[in-house]
Design a protein around this ligand. Structure first.
Ligand code: HEC
Length: 200
């Protein structure tokens, strides 16, 4: 009887495991997935830091006010050189459109910028979140790394407003390894995922 119960439990386990693992399945038009594509493909190399315009590529900031979603899809699908053709899937392009269209937080104004130093980090890094607009009361950051399906996250850290500048919040975070990280910033009930690159 013991063996039978054990056998049943294992069948149950095996059935559960594959359901719990694939966190990578994404709905179309996922802005956070788009952020990751942007980071993985180095779009900032041409379009500038925070995609606000570089030496080569135009600013993509607030693009949703200048272009329709269809035009953005077309610019990525059939790019004009030197913009490379990446051969993205339709789903990836939907994710990119969602991300690019939300760079400026829609109509509500500026999103905070996230930076940290040193990079590569020592045991801890000082993270700085700057709000160009009215600063929020409370800022919590959580560094996370996507390990191909499962997400590893460092401890959430409560930031404090800098004495010198109330628009700037600082705190100490831990990046345990180099690579592509996402810093989740929680403020005023908003939840923003900012891609950052941690050097080895
Ligand atoms: C090698 C430089 C380069 C890279 C890398 C690059 N772009 Fe571009 N991109 C450009 C240039 C230049 C243009 C303007 C092309 C034109 O219309 O003349 C452009 C145009 C665009 C446009 C249309 C902008 C508009 O106002 O119509 C979008 C959207 C865009 N790029 C998205 C991306 C994304 C997303 C990535 C990364 C996956 C990326 N680009 C990577 C150079 C680049």
């Amino acid at each position: 009887v013991k063996q039978l119960v054990f056998g049943l439990a294992c069948v149950f386990c095996a059935a559960l495991v594959p359901i719990m693992i694939p966190a990578a399945v994404q709905a179309a038009g996922d802005a956070n997935a788009g952020a990751k594509i942007v980071q993985d493909h180095g779009c900032e190399g041409c379009h500038g830091a925070s995609l606000k315009g570089g030496a080569v590529g135009p600013s993509l900031y607030g693009i949703e006010h200048r272009r329709t979603a269809e035009q953005i899809v077309n610019a990525i699908k059939n790019p004009r050189p030197p913009m490379p053709s990446y051969g993205f899937t339709s789903a990836q392009i939907e994710d990119l459109v969602a991300y690019l269209s939300d760079l400026d937080g829609g109509a509500s104004g500026m999103k905070p910028t996230v930076s940290f130093a040193p990079n590569p980090p020592g045991a801890t890094s000082t993270i700085t979140v700057h709000f160009a607009d009215t600063p929020p009361k409370d800022v919590i950051v959580t560094p996370m790394m996507d390990m191909g399906g499962s997400v590893m996250s460092s401890a959430a850290v409560h930031l404090h407003a800098s004495a010198a500048d109330p628009h700037t919040f600082v705190g100490k975070v831990e990046f345990s390894m180099g690579g592509a990280w996402t810093v989740q910033v929680k403020y005023d009930g908003k939840n923003l995922d900012v891609p950052v690159t941690v050097k080895d």
